[in-house]
Design a protein around this ligand. Structure first.
Ligand SMILES: Cc1ncc(COP(=O)(O)O)c(C=O)c1O
Length: 511
């Protein structure tokens, strides 16, 4: 299906697709019962994100123009008769059909960025062998410390259930904050309880910090590539994102000062340790250069230390917060290392910042669940946290090593990759003529999935890159998945036509 797409039009892409298909249906160019192209096919043909096509199809569905059948596809609905009933179904005898609400036209522009925050990857066609996914995260469920956590939940419910099931304080469960004070001190961060806010994971910490500081148009500096969840937070607030290379690549003296003087950012968001998606860590000297560069400028630094505990080898590097004498750093970390589904993290910052973040948080959710905070506090008190981290890290290290070995074994010449000392993933760089987005369909057909590089670039780029999560899969699947990927890359390299250039618009949810 050819749909004329105008990328400069203020009409969102999905809406352009809706309007065109609606026109085809209304003019009978698409008759009742006709099958619409699969979302993946149409997205690839139009060079738009698959979520854009999904949204368009959902809107057509909401308007009753199409019907969807799981596993079969999307079809043009039977034409409605004058009384609004569909051609083939009798009208409901007593209740008139409730008028449809055009949700899509009511949604805020900011919320549309949420749709593409966590990019979807194609699934292999039905009948194909199941995919080995290097794109899926979610924690190592076989290693979840279920029994211990159950005992902690039982105990805190038994002993403090009535208090924990009432409303609590927005800044967090006081004993957990006191525990975190000691935990942070072991990492060189001195924080009073008043400098701490418990949040629903690092993700909420980023969101609260962004909401507390950024107005539309404010400049925020972030690394490229970087964590898509942060990109979508800044986009949703209509911040003006400026990108810098990852800190792990080092910093030229004077580079940041220059940038700050020219761009006057309000906020800088960085992931110096086990960066997403490269897995790399910035060295101590780079961190000091960074802190010297920002000193004296009125800018807040958000340090995302989500993956700090995932070190498998090499010496630990202190966080920016630990080595900074200035109070500019807002530090964010999490318990997601062990149980991401509990949604528990924390923010350390100057007291006035914590007070403002707490006020913003109260608007959203009143406070993080008291029961979860108390259970995790009990769990930590019994030293189970350290044991659980040791267990998951031993397993993840084996998987990282297996991935590095499989990359060595299966990747053709010209492909390179990062070698992280920890974390959950690494970045592969393809030879320049290949495009990780275009290649994804071939990879899905071959039964292997990854996250394409453009998902991690706020302002375009990353076409040669792709991210592979090593922490989730058993060792034989890692090897088999990379054997498949190696074959796909070799096949693409043997084709005559270069895949590049590829339009950035294909993954950019704003277009
Ligand atoms: C850099 C970074 N920050 C934050 C998060 C989200 O962490 P949490 O589960 O604590 O919200 C992730 C998740 O992968 C991440 O990679």
């Amino acid at each position: 299906m050819v749909i004329p797409i105008d990328r400069r039009s203020p009409v969102p892409l999905y809406e352009q697709i809706v309007q065109h298909i609606r026109h085809l249906i209304e003019t009978d160019a698409l008759p009742a019962g006709a099958k619409l192209p699969a979302t993946r096919e149409l997205a690839a043909g139009l060079r738009v994100n698959r979520n854009t096509v999904n949204t368009a199809y959902e809107e057509l569905l909401a308007h009753g123009l199409v019907t969807a059948h799981v596993g079969q596809g999307t079809f043009v609905a039977p034409r409605r008769s004058a009384n609004g009933a569909s051609g083939s179904l009798p009208a409901a005898p007593s209740r008139p059909a409730a008028p449809r609400v055009d949700w899509v036209s009511l949604f805020s522009k900011g919320s549309s960025f949420a749709e593409d925050a966590f990019p979807s990857v194609p699934r292999p066609a039905a009948g194909r062998r199941p995919a080995i996914s290097f794109a899926a995260g979610g924690g190592n469920s076989a290693l979840f410390p279920l029994d211990q956590l159950r005992r902690s939940v039982d105990r805190v419910l038994r002993e403090h259930g009535e208090t924990l099931l009432s409303y609590g304080t927005v800044d967090g469960f006081p004993p957990l904050k006191t525990f975190l004070r000691g935990y942070l001190l072991e990492r060189g961060i001195e924080a009073h309880e008043d400098d701490l806010l418990i949040a629903n994971g690092s993700q909420q910490g980023i969101d609260l910090a962004a909401r507390a500081f950024l107005d539309p148009g404010d400049v925020v500096v972030m690394e490229a590539p970087s964590y898509p969840g942060a990109i979508s937070v800044f986009r949703a607030l209509r911040a003006n994102i400026i990108t810098i290379p990852p800190l792990a690549a080092g910093l030229q003296p004077g580079y940041l000062e220059n940038l700050i003087q020219r761009q006057r950012p309000k906020m800088m968001y960085v992931v110096p340790t086990f960066h997403n998606p490269t897995g790399l860590t910035a060295g101590l000297e780079t961190r000091k250069t960074f802190l010297r560069a920002i000193a004296g400028y009125n800018v807040v630094v958000v340090e995302d230390d989500t993956h700090e505990r995932l070190r498998y080898d090499g010496p630990a590097v202190p966080s920016l917060k630990a080595i900074s004498r200035s109070r500019q750093v807002v530090y964010i970390s999490t318990f997601s290392t062990v149980f991401p589904g509990l949604r528990l993290g924390w923010v350390v910052a100057d007291r006035p910042v914590i007070e403002r973040l707490a006020a913003v948080k109260r608007i959203t959710d009143m406070h993080t669940s008291g029961l979860i905070q108390a259970a995790v506090y009990d769990f930590c008190q019994r030293r189970w946290l350290e044991r659980a981290i040791r267990q998951v890290n031993t397993e993840r290290q084996r998987r990282r090593d297996a991935m590095l070995a499989a990359l060595d074994a299966h990747m053709p010449e010209g492909v390179t990759w990062t070698r992280p000392d920890g974390g959950l993933w690494l970045t592969v760089t393809l030879p320049d003529q290949l495009d990780s987005l275009s290649l994804l369909d071939d990879a899905a057909a071959a039964g292997v999935l990854y996250t394409p590089g453009p998902c991690f670039h706020a302002n375009g780029g990353g076409q040669s890159e792709l991210r592979l999560i090593f922490s989730q899969l058993p060792l034989p699947s890692i090897d088999e998945g990379l054997r498949r990927l190696g074959r796909v890359i070799k096949g693409a390299l043997q084709q005559d036509t270069p895949q590049k250039p590829r339009q950035k618009a294909s993954i950019d949810p704003m277009m």
